[in-house]
Design a protein around this ligand. Sequence first.
Ligand SMILES: [Zn+2]
Length: 570
Amino acid sequence: MTDKPLEKPDSKIQKVINLCQRRGLVFSAAELYGSFGGFFDYGPLGVELKNNVKQSWWRRFVLQREDMLGLDGAVLTHPRIWKASGHVDAFNDPLVQCEKCKHRFRADHLIEQELNESVDGISEAKLNELLKAHKLACPDCKGTLTDARNFNLMFKTSVGATEDNHAYLRPETAQVIFANFKYLHQIGRKQLPFGIAQSGRSFRNEISPRNFVFRGREFEQMEIEFFVHPEKLDDCPEFDKIAKHKALFCTAAQQEGKRQNQENQAGKGKQSHENKENKKREGDEGRKKNNAIVYAHENDSNGQTMTFADAVKQKIIQTKWHAYWMAEALDWFASMGLTKLRLRQHRSDELSHYAKETWDVEYDYPEWGWKELAGFANRTDFDLKAHAKESGKDHAVFDESTKQKVVPHVIEPSFGLDRLIFTLLLDAHHEQKETKAGKENEEENSPNAAKGGKPAEGQKQKAAGPAEDAKIMLKLAPNIAPVPLAVFPLMKKDGLAEKAREIYAELKKHNPAVQYDESGSIGKRYARMDEVGTPLCVTIDHQTLQDGTVTLRERETGEQKRIKPGSIKV
Ligand SMILES: [Zn+2]
């Protein structure tokens, strides 16, 4: 089974996928053997980007906090972990098969595609009803489809020399945390509330992987399980720090209302009236200009912008710890430049069996619309109680502050790393049509001109490629860009390459990810770096030999200034 066909060739998403493959950021695995659906390899630049994001997450949510313990658990896991969690019995997707061509599909995706309507989380019986009612056939050959049946998404393998010692590749990192809770609580010397964080690979045997890395079969998660006294979910000392932060909230009630509106074609007036009210309120707040960070477009028809303080006060979010973790996540996303986000609450018909309340951070994708980037579930004591039952070991812990023995409740912030990487690339992707005249102007501003002397022979000729080239720039935040700075000698001769290598070696001491490039025209080298989001480039020319200054060129503005290399912060 191969990946679903991708987007239209001229779509923004397809352009980013092309860039990822052309520059080796991330690409289909095993292309040498005709690719391997749902698996991806990260190349030299991709692995740096991924490491930067992972490290940023780890620093912020683990190292900088006093209430977090880190974990790196095994990927191949004991089957009883998944018996306890319910994955063995219930981690299924509805599968239908074509009786004629034998192709298999996810019933819910097929229905969504054909009817253009979300059927997330609805029952198998209901799916079969819809398949029949709309007479849905095989999209490949129009053959008859079987009834939907459950297909377990866990990869099963055997351990040791006997076939019957089976194990699973973990389908999520969360359960490995829960299975370690008792032990880590004991050795970690933390009082409630505290969290355990883990980032690492998970595996799901998706029936139809799709949307590039968005739904792969092997992926990386970054998850936190935050353990709180069951009666203290509103006792969050850090809430004040985020209380005035704003976000765009799309509540379950709003979605359910919307659905009803769509169904009976009524209530249009009411909705627009509500929007007007929101707009008015936003205007007032905007004038007050508090210091809150605004994460989303205000007055968006897809939700309502308000502060976390208001969201908790109005019981839109049930508990302060839940609100706090969502605000923290939005703040972290914003530190990487990602702000086109909203918080969407799960409707009652899509809520997982283990969760009391769940919100997703969603990004507004071109063509795809709003899709999940991270999830925030209140898992209550469901998992700890399940492992207590399966293991026969008490999972209650002693809480100093109340002198009580309690099984903690859990707020779970869960991030998908691969989809985040793709979203960062998509969000940073900018394209400019470049005219021949524009190119020449750019050349005049190049270090050749800055030098005041004659441009080197052949320099300009090489730079002038075909007119009307689309110029691609990734406006990645400097803290995550795979290459933070690149060093170029204007040309290899006259001792410029040697001088450039000297400066490069010095800068590399401060940041080992700094790169050196001496091939091709200076314009091409800038373009290559713009394309992968390098924020700064340094060029060494003849003036460097005289006064030790270099040209520092800024990615977005193209602005160039002469400075001493020692003053560059990288
Ligand atoms: Zn078929």
